[in-house]
Design a protein around this ligand. Sequence first.
Ligand code: C2E
Ligand code: CA
Ligand code: CA
Length: 462
Amino acid sequence: MEKMSAKRWHYTIIASMVLLTSIGSYLYILKLEKRQQRAARQDALTQLGNLVRLEEDVNYLQLVKRKPYTIILLNLLEFKNINNWAGYESGNQILMEVGKRLSVGIVEKHTTYRIGGGEFAVLFPGTRTREQAEEITANLCGLIQRPFESEYHETVRLKVYAGIRNAVVNSKDKAAQIIHDVVFACQEARHLTTAPYAYFTDELGQLDSERKLFVKELSEALNRGEFKLVYQPIFSFQEDRFVSFESLLRWDSGEFGLVSPIEFIPLLEESGMILEVGDWIIQEAALQVSKWRSEGFPELYVTVNVSVKQLLDESFLSRVQDILLETKASPDSLVFEITESVVVEDSEKALATVTKLNDLGISTALDDFGTGYSSLAILSLLPFQYLKVDRTFLDDLDSADSQAASVLRGIVSIASGLSQLTIMEGVETKEQLDLLKEIGADRIQGYYFSKPVPPNQAFELL
Ligand code: C2E
Ligand code: CA
Ligand code: CA
């Protein structure tokens, strides 16, 4: 009996130990999961809630509690730059301080989140008017604009802009939409001069929808055949005739009418669509110039604007070669116009690509000379055959002994020293033309001769 009861004890102890260990590990796993769940909703640096947490909280207020609230988004302007010049340590310290100021700096009940690199959000439950929401936002901006004493660096001052969205109970909007609205308002605040914040209104919502429609239509424009090239003649003093055309892109949109390239080219670039559209432009210009060459103008060439995004793309050169093969266009019938921002982005790669283009037989022109950062340095850096001088130089060109004339003489002389031909852009009057001839410019382009026109009219000009 004694033996048996000792055995039973033995088993009971083992069973209890197994049970306890299982419970222990179960609790441990539970704790770990909870910690992981919390971590998934928390910003590791500031310990504030992150975007996931913000979305959850907004959804909770909107769909479960059905209570009105105000959401304010604050974006630290060029925060990345601070990391660059002050270092990550200081950057992190400042972010933590911003989080702290936003959390404790105002009395109204609120929750603060860090939802991206330099992006913070503050959520206020309750109803408030636009004026009240704007006043709170002004205070929040004020908290961030106060100087930061950094341990590693001198005093730092931050610029901030903000978006505000008052949300009402009966709206069907989901958290994602509300947050999207406030981000949009915040982006709009960048363009404002009156205050560093923008309040989300129905009109702003309308603008947002229009922009989305614009981008959607733009993305279909190529397939729908809505893009066209127009051509503006370039006159040569030496030859006393038009020697080439600049091709310029036009979008004839069914929805928006004729849209200026200044409005849509940046969008093509941002979205990456410029690569496909850019190929089409080169192809179209190549076919057109080949046609003109065969119609009695064998030396004519067409200049094509090439965006920085295209030039720095890995497969750009091989695609250009393909286009030359497909269109049977001669490489010397094309000149690529490149703006100097390319050098700022990646000068080594730009140099390699421009050199290879030249090897292929395609000449290059530096466009908008005088408007960028590195005007003179870039001239000796990249092998351009043409220098297109921006039309802002013509603004003060009223006489041969004006300062503008001296500057232009200098530019012409530098270009000629580098064996580059100068093309003066935006010439509108006979007076400008005469002065530029006297100064020694090689070529002229502008409304004085013609606006950019469709191919058939361009042919008549020839
Ligand atoms: P850009 O390359 O500097 O083109 C010259 C711009 O000046 C053209 O505007 C032209 O119409 C305008 N212009 C020409 N002569 C005169 C003049 O005498 N007076 C005045 N006030 N303006 C004149 P556009 O066609 O609106 O093009 C604007 C810009 O859009 C271009 O500036 C270029 O940066 C970009 N762009 C146009 N087509 C293309 C393209 O096919 N590809 C790329 N990547 N960009 C393009
Ligand atoms: Ca151009
Ligand atoms: Ca230009």
